[in-house]
Design a protein around this ligand. Sequence first.
Ligand code: NAP
Length: 257
Amino acid sequence: MTGDADFRLDSKVAVVTGAARGIGRAVAERLAAAGAHVVIADRDDAEAALTSAAIVRSGGTASALPLDVTDRDQIAAAVEHLAATHGRIDVLVNNAGIVRNAPAIEMSPDDWQSVIDIDLGGVFHCSQAFGRRMIADGGGAIVNISSICGEVAVYPQPQVSYNAAKAGVNLLTKSLAVEWAKQGVRVNAVAPGYVGTELTLRGRSNADWFGTWMRMTPMGRLGEPREIANAVLFLAADASSYITGTVLTVDGGYTAL
Ligand code: NAP
């Protein structure tokens, strides 16, 4: 029974960015099943409301919050609103992310900047605002959704801005973990391999890309969003109370090759 309690999040409040769909939605569902009140924070507020309602229908507690992770005023307002509503914020999952595929020599300034702003800047600005509040309240757990692309330059699709952003997320995770260790805020990351969501739709529809992905994945299959969500739950819960600054890879063996 004691072991099970380490994986529970009863009476905790968990914010998941980009949680309207995909991996973020699976994370929100998993944290809610572990007892947390989950806040579905997404720039797609209509879809966020549907996801929140689905979690409530299946017996969890959830709410939706419009949030664009590149908008610092919105992030500050979200922290204030959630702290006033719930008293504290225990868990932040920085999941919102986009990818742009283009060869480096042709990549537009927008395809560079938008990915850096969302995938790296969004993680920092949310961590800073929510982390500040967690420190004031005595602690919390932050889990960043990185990628295997933060460790290796995946092949064959070109995506230099995404890879650079995710590499940044890995060292951002370690930097914040070191800075905030004594203040009770643990900061970790999960680095998924290929997962069947909208983000990978283009690659999954391209026989060359998809064939290469599967050949380079020892398990020979895509990951499922719930397999990423289980790793996030571990890092968000007391089960990982002595873990901070780690990047937990969940990739079917891709980076072991
Ligand atoms: P997804 O299905 O495309 O979902 C991403 C969600 O994030 C969408 O709801 C999207 O909303 C939202 N979002 C995008 N920009 C946002 C912003 N500025 N503010 C708030 N929300 C925003 O992607 P996914 O595959 O679940 O990816 C989730 C995370 O996992 C990302 O960080 C991704 O890099 C990472 N990851 C994914 C894979 C994979 O194979 N799928 C592998 C490794 C890592 P919109 O509909 O408005 O865009």
